[in-house]
Design a binder for this molecule. Structure first.
Ligand code: SF4
Length: 498
C-alpha cells in the first residue's frame, strides 16, 4: 500500500532518512510518550485554541480520527467554494502528500495560510513544514497569497484575560516558502523511495541526531556508544565528532597529543588514571570571602508559554517556591525555612503570590551573611525581575543580590574534579561524586522540571492526584536541593583545610 507523506513524516525525513523509515516500518522502536511530552501537547493544544480565537467564527475541519482525512479534505474544499472566511485545521492532499493547516483565512482579497507555533520566534525548521504545506496547497490548486507563522510574542504582558491579538505575532514567511518549493519537490521524491524501500537506509549517527530535535531512536542507533564516551566531554565544540570519526569512542582512548582545555584535561586524566583534582588554595581563598550566617538558597519556578500571572510575559520564569538552610556559625545547627505558594493565588488577581514570597523572604533572611546558590545567576535574575515587578521592595531585593556567592564556581572553574562528575559541573553531577550516600531516590519528586510541571498543573486545574501529599513532595524536593548545597560546602571546607 502506498504510504501517505504527512507533514510530520516530511519533517522527520528532512532530519534523517532512517528516522522517517523507522517512523513507518519500526513502530516497535518508538519510545512511549513521556508525561513531559503530554504536557507539551496539552499546552500546544491550548495555544492553538487561543490562536483560533484571534480569527473567530471559523469552521473546524478537524478529522474524526487521524487515520482518515478524506472528510476534512472534502470539507475544506467545499467551505472554500462556499466562501467561508476562516477554516481551522484545513486539510489538503495532492500527489500522495497530506497537509493540515492550523488556520486558513480569507481577507477581502487574499488567501492566508497560518501555521501556529508555541515558540517565541521563527525557527529554521518551521520553514520545513510550512514549505511542504505551501507545496500541497499549490498542487491542490488552492495556493495561498500569504503564508504566516503565528508565534508567541514574548513582549506581551498579561493583564486580565489573555488577549490573543497581542499574545501572538504574525511573521510573513511567504517569500521563504516560495523559494523552498524546488527543494520540497526534490526531497519528496527521495522520501517516497525511502519509505517504499524494503530495507532501512544506511545512515551513520551524526549531528543530525540532535538537531533540530533530539531523535527518538537514539536508544537504538547509539547503542554502540559507551558510557564516558567522547560525547560526554566537557564543552567539546566539535572535538567529540572529530574523535568519533577517527574511531575513538571512549574518553580513555583519547590520544595524549589531543589539544584539550583545562576542564577537558581534568576529565580525560580523571578517566584514564581515576585521578581527582583539588586546588585547595584557590577554594580556600574563595570560601574565606563568605560571611556567616550562610544562607543556602534555591528557587523553583514555572515558565509557562501562556502567562498565568498579571504583569508577567510568556515563558517568564516565575518563582513559586524556595528552600533556605541557614548556618549561623561554623559547626552550628542548621535552621531550615521554606516557602511554597498556593496554586489558587495564581488565579486570583487581588493576590500576587510573588508578593507573599517576598514578604516571607523578609522574615527568613537576616541583614548580614552570604547567600549561597548553585548557579547564582538564576536566582539573581529572578530577584531582579521581582524588584522590577515590586519597586517598593527594590531596596530589600538589591541588598540580597549584593550578598550572593556561587557554589558552582569551584566546579565550573575546575578547581575541584572527581572522575564521577563526567563532563558536568551541575549539582546533580557533583553531589553523587563527592557524597555517594546523598540521593534524591527516596523522593517522589526528584527534579526541577517535574516540580515545575506539577505546580503548573495545580494552577491550571489539570493536576490529578493527592494535592496535599504532593505539596509535601514539592517541599521535600526543594529542601533536598539546599541541603545538597550544605553537603557540598562542608565537603569543600573539610577537604581544603591546611
Ligand atoms: S538516531 Fe540519528 S541516525 Fe538514528 S534515526 Fe535518529 S537521526 Fe537517524
Amino acid at each position: 500500500m502506498t504510504k501517505i507523506i504527512s507533514k510530520s513524516r516530511f519533517v522527520s525525513g528532512i532530519q534523517c532518512s532512517k528516522k522517517v523509515y523507522f517512523d513507518i516500518h519500526r513502530k516497535d522502536l518508538k519510545p512511549i510518550i513521556s508525561e513531559q511530552q503530554e504536557l507539551l501537547f496539552a499546552t500546544g493544544h491550548k495555544i492553538g485554541e487561543l490562536a483560533q480565537s484571534a480569527f473567530p467564527n471559523g469552521k473546524d475541519a478537524s478529522p474524526e480520527n487521524y487515520y482518515d482525512f478524506s472528510k476534512s479534505i472534502q470539507d475544506t474544499k467545499d467551505w472554500i467554494d462556499a466562501g467561508i472566511d476562516t477554516i481551522y485545521e484545513a486539510a489538503f492532499s495532492s500527489h500522495g502528500v497530506l497537509a493540515a493547516l492550523d488556520i486558513l483565512h480569507h481577507t477581502e482579497n487574499e488567501r492566508w495560510a497560518i501555521e501556529v507555533k508555541s515558540s517565541s520566534e521563527v525557527k529554521k525548521y518551521h520553514l520545513t513544514d510550512a514549505s511542504l504545506q505551501y507545496w500541497v496547497m499549490n498542487k491542490s490548486g488552492l495556493k495561498p497569497d500569504k503564508f504566516f507563522l503565528m508565534h508567541i510574542n514574548t513582549a506581551y504582558i498579561k493583564q486580565g484575560e489573555i488577549n490573543p491579538d497581542e499574545l501572538f505575532t504574525l511573521a510573513d514567511i511567504t517569500q521563504q516558502v516560495i523559494e523552498n518549493q524546488d527543494w520540497v519537490t526534490e526531497n519528496l521524491e527521495k522520501l517516497k523511495t525511502i519509505i517504499a524501500g524494503e530495507k532501512e537506509p544506511v545512515v551513520e549517527i551524526g549531528k543530525h541526531c540532535n538537531a533540530p530535535f533530539s531523535c527518538d531512536y537514539k536508544h537504538h542507533c547509539w547503542k554502540h556508544i559507551p558510557e564516558q564516551s567522547v560525547f560526554s566531554l566537557y564543552s567539546p565544540r566539535g572535538l567529540d565528532w572529530n574523535l568519533y570519526q577517527q574511531g575513538i569512542f571512549k574518553i580513555i582512548d583519547i590520544p595524549e597529543n589531543t589539544p584539550l582545555n583545562h576542564r577537558q584535561n581534568l576529565q580525560v586524566n580523571g578517566q584514564k588514571n581515576t585521578a581527582s583534582h583539588i586546588d585547595q588554595a584557590r577554594i580556600n581563598e574563595f570560601l574565606n570571602t563568605w560571611e556567616f550566617p550562610l544562607y543556602f538558597f534555591d528557587f523553583e519556578t514555572i515558565f509557562p508559554a501562556l502567562p498565568v500571572l498579571d504583569g508577567t510575559r510568556p515563558f517568564q520564569q516565575v518563582p513559586f517556591q524556595y528552600s533556605l538552610h541557614i548556618l549561623k556559625q561554623a559547626g552550628g545547627e542548621y535552621i531550615h525555612k521554606e516557602f511554597l505558594a498556593e496554586p489558587i493565588d495564581f488565579n486570583i488577581s487581588s493576590v500576587d503570590p510573588r508578593k507573599k514570597l517576598i514578604e516571607q523572604m523578609k522574615l527568613d533572611f537576616g541583614e548580614t551573611g552570604s547567600i549561597v546558590a548553585y548557579n547564582a545567576t538564576f536566582e539573581i535574575s529572578r530577584l531582579k525581575e521581582l524588584a522590577i515587578a515590586f519597586p517598593e521592595d527594590q531596596v530589600f531585593i538589591e541588598e540580597l543580590i549584593s550578598r550572593f556567592v556561587d557554589l558552582l564556581v569551584p566546579f565550573r572553574n575546575g578547581w575541584h574534579y572527581e572522575p564521577e562528575m563526567g563532563g558536568s559541573a551541575s549539582i546533580k553531577a557533583v553531589l553523587p561524586a563527592i557524597a555517594p550516600a546523598f540521593s534524591y531516590e527516596d523522593l517522589e519528586i526528584s527534579n526541577g522540571g517535574d516540580a515545575s510541571n506539577i505546580f503548573l498543573s495545580m494552577i491550571n486545574n489539570t493536576f490529578e492526584g493527592d494535592f496535599n501529599a504532593t505539596r509535601q513532595h514539592l517541599l521535600k524536593y526543594c529542601e533536598r536541593d539546599t541541603y545538597g548545597m550544605v553537603v557540598i560546602w562542608k565537603y569543600l571546607v573539610e577537604n581544603t583545610k591546611s
